[in-house]
Design a protein around this ligand. Structure first.
Ligand SMILES: C[S@@+](CC[C@H](N)C(=O)[O-])C[C@H]1O[C@@H](n2cnc3c(N)ncnc32)[C@H](O)[C@@H]1O
Length: 482
């Protein structure tokens, strides 16, 4: 069997081997030139076949020293051929980024420095799936606790590690950093730099069309950062395209967190000091096939298609993200089996109180005990999370964590029971309808919406989080509205 294409695509994924087209590299370098930089040293840390390095050398011909580094020998050979031995100022090194002593490399360079390129866009979980090993060692001592912590995270991008490593090596230098990367990675790298108080004088993000350029559907950008003596103002200006002249927004670092719109945040932050009532996420059970049921005549039907007879004691009408995302009528079509009223509660009482429910749970015990997440280990059988007295309050103001719109929904009892939510939603719970309606009105005020929007990155997978919502003092914000 010919497994060459498989090998090739595995290698492509493992090494993020998507070479930058020459015209894009040239466009990026001409943008850097318009920023009036004039580097004496140029470094391309993962130079591939050398198109970025070539563009940088052409754009900044007055450099004193340039270096292209790359792990793949064939690519490096092509880079050498492309750029040629026309210039003794240019060096090529076959080098593994993770084995390179970056402090030594960067410290020896004449200033100003330009670090430019396009590191591999792959994350450690993708590498795990293909048994790839192109990763930093776990205990790499490189002098930044933030970067070391990265390797301990269950999911991190290789480019995030590489870029953060270069950032920490540029501390205190006169340098410009410019790399193509995922926008999510650019934000994380900047957040870490700002958190570590790295002296960045200016940062920009220009969005690029990665589908058209690299054939991958991911939000991507050119991140630039200018290193200098000061660390203010901890803001990154965002441009719609490489050729955009005006930035359309600015995100930044405020009060130890990333905020999506610094101007609005700075204006409204007095109302972002904490919600008066805690936002909670919905119920987590990780077993929808058993725990979520549809009414079927006098009985219910579970996700396996089985018809089951259950007492109603432990059943509650439920809604999911997609059902509360659009405003209007959110009438529950499913019921959730809620075996506990608080996290860790003993479940054995169900046997006496609701024998049919007990038998149903017992007959599905293997499935429930087999839930993958470690949070269920050592807990009573049939345990759930995200449950407490608030779950059973009759009135709620809810929002989906997944939807790309700020849309709050008022929920009241259904068939005499409180509506519960799944763990993709967040809610404030109320004993009284009047309080719930009033809080919804405050949250829907223009000023509250502006304030929440200043915190939210709408292009992320889960834009709304409990930590964002729990900053919002809707009463105070509404009071500032004139
Ligand atoms: C997205 S490509 C970009 C190549 C080049 N920078 C460009 O812009 O055209 C990423 C490059 O990183 C190289 N690479 C991946 N892992 C590396 C490592 N650990 N050390 C050095 N280079 C690596 C790959 O071989 C590939 O050429």
């Amino acid at each position: 069997m010919n497994n060459r294409p498989i090998m090739k695509s595995k290698q492509r994924i493992e090494f993020g081997d998507f070479q930058t087209p020459s015209d894009l590299a040239a466009e990026v370098c001409s943008l850097l030139k318009s920023m009036r930089i004039s580097p004496k040293s140029i470094i391309e840390p993962t130079c591939g076949v050398g198109r970025f390095l070539e563009a940088a050398l052409n754009t900044f011909p007055n450099f004193e020293y340039a270096s292209g580094m790359e792990i793949n020998g064939l690519h490096l050979r092509e880079a050498r051929q492309r750029i040629g031995s026309r210039d003794s100022r240019v060096r090529f090194h076959r080098a593994d980024f993770f084995q390179t002593n970056w402090d030594k490399v960067l410290n020896s360079l004449p200033e100003p420095i330009l670090v430019v390129g396009n590191p591999p866009w792959v994350c450690n979980s993708e590498l795990g799936a293909i048994r790839g090993t192109n990763l930093p060692e776990k205990s790499n001592t490189i002098g930044s606790r933030g970067i070391e912590a990265l390797t301990g995270r269950s999911n991190f991008d290789v480019s995030e590690w590489m870029m953060s490593r270069l950032f920490s090596g540029l501390r205190g230098r006169k340098a410009t950093f410019a790399m193509l990367c995922k926008t999510s990675v650019a934000r994380k790298v900047l957040a870490q730099a700002w958190g570590d108080e790295l002296p960045l004088e200016r940062a920009t993000m220009h969005r690029i069309d990665s589908q058209a350029t690299f054939g991958v559907a991911v939000d991507a950008c050119l991140l630039t950062a200018e290193f200098g003596p000061t660390s203010e103002p901890q803001v990154c200006h965002v441009f719609e395209r490489l050729e955009s002249k005006m930035s359309h927004s600015s995100f930044g670092w405020r009060d130890k967190r990333l905020v999506a719109d610094v101007t609005t945040y700075d204006k409204l932050k007095s109302g972002l000091t904490g919600s008066r009532i805690p936002w909670r996420s919905g119920i987590k059970h990780d077993c929808a096939k058993i725990m979520e049921l549809r009414p079927d005549g006098t009985a219910f039907r579970n996700g396996l298609g089985e018809r089951v007879e259950l007492e109603t004691d432990y059943l509650y009408p439920m809604l999911k993200s997609s059902e509360i995302a659009s405003s209007g009528d959110a009438t529950p079509k499913r019921w959730m089996l809620v075996p506990q009223r608080s996290v860790g509660e003993d479940t054995s009482a169900i046997q006496q109180l609701a024998p049919k429910t007990w038998r149903y749970l017992q007959s599905n015990r293997t499935r429930l005990d087999g839930r993958r997440s470690s949070i269920y280990r050592g807990r009573p059988p049939f345990s759930i999370f995200g449950v407490g007295p608030y779950t059973f309050f009759p009135w709620k103001v809810a929002i989906s964590g997944l939807y790309k719109e700020l849309c709050f929904t008022l929920l009241g009892p259904h068939e005499g029971k409180p509506i519960v939510l799944d763990d993709t939603c967040y809610a404030l719970s109320f004993e009284s309808q009047v309080d719930a309606v009033e809080h919804l009105r405050l949250l829907e005020s223009n000023v509250s919406k502006l304030a929440i929007n200043s915190l939210v990155f709408w292009d992320t997978k889960r834009p709304i989080t409990a930590s964002v919502l729990n900053l919002v003092d809707a009463k105070r914000l509404a009071g500032t509205e004139s």
